[in-house]
Design a protein around this ligand. Structure first.
Ligand code: KDG
Ligand code: MG
Length: 408
């Protein structure tokens, strides 16, 4: 069996999805997602200029060897661009494998460990009242877990707190007016003063059963993160995400010594080498990698297995930048993983998105039920894709009030 061709598409409804389609001499094709938010053209170019010419003629069933060939063969290893490109190939090869076996992918991993996978939504508000309404709207839809982000009084609204209601297919993380980023101002003191009380009010209003998650977006120092974690301990958070910049792994040690709040980190990691120490030293509770920019199913499965040895559960990244293709890959991993925790799940299901990526995966009452279709269980409509083009976008950058660059 041979790979005969592969194509890359960049674009989508209010997103620049990077979609890979790998064709074979047996008529079976596979789909992959290489969307690297706001840098989408880079994995696309890596695929087009180097990886696809090498893929043609290879046996698509040898997904492990192909992964090793590209990863080790690159010599300059890792990095989000390369790992997103390898990830898309890997997803597409697993899709082909599942279709050849006539089985949904989770069966090839070892079958189902659960009936449905718990997900969390993003509730956001410009202020606490607005946030309460957003949470209430998700609870009314049956969500059992919500990430809560709130505008901070006295601080210009942070990008992650742009008002979001179910069904809006929120695009808060990209500004499509060009590649020059908008600037946001951050003030740690205001955040530290306001947010613990806001979280306590949310707990009081929604009761003990709602799983409440909060994302600090890498903005605290280790000492501040420890202070914050202690302050929010009575709230009983499901997790505190990215309390400190992700590169400084020792930062989490101080937090651990001062608090038992569960810690989730890893959405910016792209290999097992970015998180093996955190996992082995049991400094985290949830690992947040995504199949998209952590090398696909083959590599993320290794991370999941390592995490399982250390009681670290999964909480894969699922921001709206991921296309339904990588989300499908994660739905299959979530159905199988013995150490599954939760899945971030944004409202992808707009009619335009469903038309571009027809899928059999279902979300009901805050749980995802995996498709029984062979392979990934998601398709890609090329006629629909021809309606979209790439539009350059950017994440904001964050500065302190004196102009110092801070973490987004
Ligand atoms: O591209 C950046 C986004 O993926 C990120 O801002 C979203 O922090 C995020 C999250 O937890 O989904
Ligand atoms: Mg996050």
């Amino acid at each position: 069996m041979k790979i005969t061709d592969a194509k890359v598409f960049v674009g989508g409804p209010a997103k620049n999805y990077v979609t890979l389609k790998i064709m074979t001499d047996q008529g079976v094709y596979g789909l992959g997602d290489a969307t690297l938010n706001n840098r989408e053209t880079l994995p696309a170019a890596y695929l087009q200029d180097y990886l696809i010419p090498n893929l043609i003629g290879m046996d698509p069933r040898n997904s492990e060897d192909i992964w090793q060939f590209f990863y080790r063969g690159a010599y300059f290893r890792r990095g989000p661009i390369a790992m997103a490109a390898f990830g898309a190939i890997d997803m597409a090869l697993w899709d082909i494998k599942g279709k050849l076996a006539n089985m949904p992918l989770y069966q090839l991993f070892g079958g189902k460990s659960r009936d449905g996978a718990l997900v969390y939504a993003h509730a956001t508000g410009a202020d606490l009242d607005d946030l309460m309404d957003s949470i209430a709207a998700y609870v009314a839809l049956g969500y059992k877990a919500v990430r809560v982000q709130c505008g901070i009084p006295g601080m210009p609204t942070a990008s992650y707190a742009v008002p979001d209601k179910p069904g809006t297919n929120n695009n808060y993380i990209s500004d499509f007016s060009g590649i020059r980023p908008k600037v946001e101002i951050w003030n740690t003191d205001l955040y530290m003063r306001f947010m613990p009380g806001a979280l306590a009010e949310i707990r009081a209003r929604f009761g003990p059963d709602l799983k409440i998650l909060h994302d600090v977006h890498h903005r605290l120092t280790p000492r501040e993160a420890a202070e914050f974690a202690k302050a929010v301990e009575p709230v009983g958070l499901y997790w505190l995400e990215d309390p400190t910049p992700a590169e400084d792994q020792n930062a989490l040690r101080m937090l651990r010594q001062h608090s038992t709040v569960p810690i989730a980190i890893g959405e910016v990691f792209n290999s097992i080498w970015d998180c093996n120490k955190l996992i082995e030293q049991e400094l985290i509770d949830f690992i947040r990698v995504a199949v998209t920019y952590a090398g696909g199913i083959t590599h993320v499965k290794r991370i999941v297995d390592l995490a399982g040895l250390h009681n670290v559960r999964t909480g894969f990244h699922g921001a709206p930048s991921h296309s339904p293709i990588s989300m499908a890959a994660q739905h299959h991993l979530n159905a199988w993983a013995p150490n599954f925790g939760i899945q971030e799940y944004l409202v992808l299901g707009t009619p335009a998105c469903d038309a571009l990526f027809p899928s059999g995966h279902k979300m009901e009452n805050g749980m995802v039920f995996v498709s029984e279709a062979p392979g990934l269980g998601v398709d890609f409509d090329e006629a629909e894709a021809s309606k979209y083009t790439y539009s350059p976008g950017s994440h904001p950058v964050v500065r302190l009030e004196d102009g110092t660059i801070w973490d987004y």
